[in-house]
Design a protein around this ligand. Structure first.
Ligand code: SF4
Length: 620
């Protein structure tokens, strides 16, 4: 077997038992890796109805066949049952962890049980050990990373860890690595419930690939493509990173403003103060996930701001939007500070930003007052209040405790009709994309097994992209009105499937804007399989169907997931005036196109059989 280690680890944190298990190549071929491997292993090895924060809950970390290929990025997946939705949860993260993880000798690690005392798992070149982390419990992410490097006497180990919010089971928490977050689905709370403080890897055993010459050739062509990228988003991403999306998406109305209430430049002229160029003034260097030629990330240093001097990562588009325009905050220093607090404590900036915007709206409408907030004046645009409340959430302190489990739970706690201000789907906050402007993502908000995601269903988000997945097998879609739900359903289902394979292979979906991603050829080159576009689509559909089957098995009725009223409405003003998106029909047609029952969301028996899932999915 090429491109894989061929084995995973099961770690029972209740007993301390660590059990390696070899996997058959056919399993990898059916599910590829990363989140595909995660759903395959977790579906089989958990019993229906388990508590996501209980001992039977399984939490996976996994990599893919293109991890370490040097092709484009190196993302790993974290998978498990989401305490936010009660159904399937996955999240992914870049950096360099994935490559070191794979070189350490395993394709995945799956944790069950609950440790008596805090621990971390350390794997070095195939040898895995659980180590005491009692002295790390309560430390923030920066302190934890520093302490682990010191005690292992190795500054090059790669670390995923949680901070105090994860330890305290906050659904807003994120698993952090390299100041990047695997933030969605609330899986840091699952990690905290297991008293697993960190997962640390070190490895130097590069996994052989089937055809290194072909891979080198593909990489060369890909790198040339990146260098000469024509697509404007591809160029912009290279030059500025994701902050440029803020400049680009405010004018057409895709960027949420004031808790998704209004759209467009006129609704928030001060957005200019948080444009990409403003952040670039403080950029000290560009930064890339290991081996990525795009290098969309960056580090900044903000000296002597009113929140002190801050050095850290440049906030991503999602962060700038959720803390900026969504809260009507135009103070760059406050956005940088809130971002830094989230990196330091381990918080998902999307869920936290959405929850703060929600709380502001509650405050402005008299549903909560200074007594509830502990004296924080939660008004639109109040930069200091934003920073103060993020700190409270990080510590689960006072009003922060009300907000720490995300927007849906905060609305349940506050009551008084506040649900109408909670912008979520199925329990998870909507990210920084208004689905009326970014219709493809809207399709994902409705139809994906993990609702409200910005890194799932991205491929189809822009039909003008004419997404080119491979050098030889291009999927060129006809020009369609993105609002034409019926006409787009089939395309969206195909794109969703291919997106699932990109992510399962361990790549970053931003590669789509290079229009040169040799996905199919690269998988074939590293594995030696005669992998085709048809197999790719079928594989992605299989992963999608099993994620959805998990939801059904766990009793989640995904047909109940709705768009917030405000988001489902037709804007009467602004750049999206008159845009009508038929979310219910979108879901209906989406389910149909994916081979799921449009009325119940259950994958049809014929789909289960066609995708070879019958042994796993007996009866839904
Ligand atoms: S494009 Fe950005 S997020 Fe994606 S792999 Fe490259 S550096 Fe990482």
């Amino acid at each position: 077997m090429f491109a894989y280690n061929g084995k995973i680890l099961f770690v029972n944190l209740s007993t301390g038992e660590i059990e390696p298990r070899e996997l058959d190549e056919s399993l990898y071929r059916q599910f590829i890796g990363c989140l595909g491997l995660g759903i395959r292993i977790i579906y089989e090895n958990t019993k229906p109805g388990f508590d996501p924060l209980g001992p039977d809950s399984m939490l996976g970390f996994s990599v893919g066949p293109l991890t370490g290929s040097g092709l484009h990025g190196a993302r790993f997946a974290i998978t498990g049952k989401s305490p936010m939705t009660g159904g399937w949860g996955d999240a992914n993260c870049g950096g360099s962890f994935a490559v070191y993880f794979k070189n350490a000798g395993y394709d995945g690690v799956f944790f069950t049980g609950i440790s008596e005392k805090p621990v971390y798992l350390f794997i070095k070149n195939g040898v895995a050990e659980l180590r005491d982390a009692s002295h790390l419990w309560g430390k923030d992410v920066y302190q934890t990373e520093e302490a682990i490097k010191q005690e292992l006497e190795d500054s090059r180990v790669r670390i995923c860890s949680i901070g105090p919010p994860g330890e305290r089971l906050a659904y807003c928490a994120a698993v952090m690595h390299d100041q990047s977050a695997a933030g969605r689905s609330g899986l840091a709370a699952v990690m905290g419930s297991k008293r697993l403080k960190a997962f640390v890897v070190q490895g130097s055993n590069k996994v052989p690939v089937a055809d290194p010459e072909r891979l080198a050739q593909l990489r060369k062509t890909f790198l040339q493509g990146v260098k000469n990228v024509q697509h404007p988003w591809g160029q912009a991403l290279r030059d500025y990173g994701t902050p440029i999306f803020f400049d680009a998406l405010i004018p057409p109305g895709s960027t949420p403003i004031k808790n998704f209430a209004v759209q467009g430049e006129e609704a928030f002229p001060d957005y200019a103060l948080c444009k990409a160029d403003e952040f670039m003034k403080y950029r000290t260097r560009r930064h890339a996930c290991l081996g990525c030629p795009i290098a969309c990330k960056g580090w900044l240093e903000l000296k002597d701001s009113k929140y002190g001097s801050i050095s850290g990562t440049i906030p991503e588009y999602e962060t700038i939007t959720m803390f900026g325009s969504d809260c009507l905050v135009s103070d760059l220093a406050a956005v940088v500070k809130a971002n830094d607090l989230c990196n330091q404590y381990g918080l998902d900036t999307i869920e936290v930003g959405a929850t703060v915007a929600f709380a502001i709206e509650c405050y402005e409408n008299g549903l909560i007052d200074d007594k509830d907030t502990g004296g924080i004046e939660l008004k639109w645009g109040n930069a200091d209040a934003l920073v103060a409340v993020v700190e409270k959430i990080a510590r689960r302190e006072g009003f922060g405790d009300v907000l720490a489990d995300g927007v849906k739970v905060a609305a349940d706690r506050i009551g008084k009709g506040s649900e109408k201000y909670a912008m979520h789907s199925g329990g998870q906050a909507l990210p920084a994309h208004d689905p009326r402007g970014d219709v493809g993502l809207g399709w994902g908000y409705c139809c994906d097994a993990t609702p409200g995601r910005h890194t799932a269903n991205h491929v189809k988000h822009s039909h003008d992209c004419k997404v080119a997945f491979t050098l030889s097998d291009r999927l060129n879609f006809p020009d369609l009105d993105p609002l034409d739900v019926d006409a787009n359903a089939g395309i969206n289902a195909v794109c969703s499937a291919v997106d699932r394979v990109i992510t399962s292979a361990g790549l970053c979906f931003f590669a789509m804007w290079t229009e040169q991603l040799p996905l199919i050829e690269a998988i074939a080159a590293v594995t030696g399989w005669d992998f085709t576009l048809e197999e790719c689509i079928k594989t992605g559909r299989r992963i999608d169907a099993l994620r959805q089957a998990f939801n059904i098995r766990e009793g989640v009725d995904t047909t109940e997931w709705k768009m917030p009223e405000r988001v489902a409405a037709v804007p009467t003003d602004g750049p999206m005036k008159g845009k009508k998106l038929q979310f219910d029909r979108m879901k209906l047609k989406g389910y149909e196109a994916m081979g799921w029952d449009p009325k119940t969301g259950k994958p049809l028996a014929s789909t289960i059989d066609e995708l070879g899932l019958r042994e796993l999915v007996d009866d839904l």
